[in-house]
Design a protein around this ligand. Structure first.
Ligand code: TRP
Length: 453
């Protein structure tokens, strides 16, 4: 067991985990959820969810991964041999595989939009043209598939390179680049004339908007954005060294993830308000509204419109790729460790399988849109099944497993590095895992299924 690969440095571990967490969830989903739920009040509840529920569950997943030194699919069998807990691990692998299938489709769109931005495809269009452009593209039978393949191949290549030379190195390059881009774009957006209204929307909470729906929506967003609920971060934690401080790492990842989400809001809302576009367009916000916003906001300075559009979609693609890598790694490590395939053989199987899921999800938006499961096309059904059912179930099991099942000596030992660190938050942490998190997640779950009305 001692020859298990690990990240080369503690910073590398933080970058890789943050790379997983920061993704389309931050730059695409967070702004449209915020827009739909009325702005600042949603953000406050979201922050509460990240720090109260998200971080303890992240530490729990880190504990499972580092203690077992196994990928998610094997971790539960290792820590609770001969019990049905192993199914929680398998469920995580399946969840990750399915998420990767449709997440790669949207990630592929970011490459098309980089291409469009580079070739000047956004200039001289009317609002209607942006809608048509997005629909024509996303419903096209082949074009999105080419980009899907490209995303999966890039992901494949990095994963095959391995934990240290692939995942860690790529995160160390991509994450700082991503920070620079988010900060530059946010500064640009905030300095536009009329940006104050967007800032007010983001920063001045209107508490009358705080319905139970907002509360539960924010919690769901926190789990998705932090990559919790399927053992993605526990697989990464199995590559952590014995000196990594789990609490501090979770705090770092939580702060970075939140920082990028809030800055994405600072890019999108001031720019949208500045040109008089409503922020509640939903999932198409990034692909339809934003090209339009850049063109209008910098109408007098076409070079800036061009540069900002290119930079924004490059940012989105970088964020997406560090996340697809983490999702891919979960299944690849599982096949490698459980069935003893070489890493590259395992990765080929995962990439091919995801390509199939991706093709089906992509066609579901165009050619096959008439085919419905419970009133949803396959793409939406996959998103619903994974994000709204499988992740909450997985997150709840992780909390219960560490809070109730695992030996307390291990639970305390992992957060204190077996006596080397003080972890004054320990009693609160355990209380959250035992009571607050399972009950909270149960509430999201019930709400998402519509049982609370
Ligand atoms: N957190 C990533 C994002 O915000 C997506 C992601 C990566 C994810 N791994 C995950 C979501 C595991 C849920 C579970 O885009």
């Amino acid at each position: 067991m001692s020859e298990r690969v690990s990240f080369g440095s503690r910073m590398g571990a933080v970058f890789a985990a943050a790379g997983s967490a920061v993704g389309l969830g931050n730059v695409w989903r967070f702004p449209y959820e915020t827009g739909n739920h009325g702005g600042a009040a949603f953000i406050l509840v979201y922050l509460g969810c990240v720090f109260i529920f998200g971080l303890p569950i992240m530490i729990a997943e880190f504990t499972i991964g580092r203690r077992s030194k196994a990928c998610t699919g094997g971790a539960y069998s290792m820590l609770a041999p001969g019990t049905p807990w192993r199914w929680v691990g398998y469920l995580g692998v399946l969840t990750g595989f399915l998420i990767l299938g449709y997440y790669s489709v949207v990630s592929g769109w970011t490459l098309e939009y980089i291409w469009q931005a580079l070739t000047g495809g956004f200039s001289g269009k009317t609002s209607g043209d942006y809608v048509a452009m997005f629909q024509d593209f996303s419903q096209h039978p082949f074009r999105p598939l080419v980009w899907l393949l490209a995303i999966l191949l890039i992901t494949h290549f990095v994963v095959v390179k391995g934990v240290k030379d692939g995942i860690e190195k790529s995160s160390k390059i991509m994450m700082p680049l991503l920070f620079v881009l988010v900060i530059l774009l946010a500064v640009c957006s905030v300095s536009l004339p009329g940006a104050e209204k967007g800032l007010e929307f983001l920063l001045k909470p209107d508490f009358s908007k705080l319905t139970p729906d907002v509360f539960l929506g924010a919690m769901g967003q926190a789990f998705f954005s932090l990559s919790l609920g399927m053992g993605c971060l526990s697989t990464y934690a199995s590559y952590f060294g014995s000196k990594t401080n789990l609490g501090k790492t979770a705090m770092g990842v939580g702060l970075i993830d939140t920082f990028v989400a809030v800055l994405s809001g600072l890019i999108i809302f001031p720019a949208a308000f500045s040109v008089g576009i409503q922020p509640d367009a939903g999932p198409s916000l990034i692909f339809i509204t934003l090209p339009n916003v850049f063109q209008q906001a910098f109408a007098g300075i076409p070079v800036l419109a061009y540069v900002c559009s290119v930079a924004f979609y490059v940012l989105l693609a970088l964020a997406a790729i560090t996340s697809t890598i983490s999702l891919h790694e979960v299944s690849t490590a599982f096949l490698h460790e459980k069935f003893h395939f070489t890493r590259s053989r395992a990765a080929v199987l995962v990439t091919s399988g995801c390509m199939l899921v991706g093709i089906v999800s992509s066609l579901a938006l165009g050619e096959w849109s008439a085919f419905k499961i419970c009133g949803m096309n396959i793409f939406d059904a996959l998103d619903f099944l994974t994000a709204k059912i499988m992740l909450p179930v997985g997150g709840m099991f992780a909390a219960v497993f560490v809070g109730w099942y695992l030996d307390k000596k291990i639970v305390r030992g992992e957060v204190t590095n077996y006596g080397l660190l003080k972890a004054p938050y320990y009693p609160i942490y355990v209380c959250i895992l035992r009571f607050v998190a399972p009950i909270g997640i149960l509430l999201i779950f019930v709400n998402e299924l519509g049982l609370l009305g």
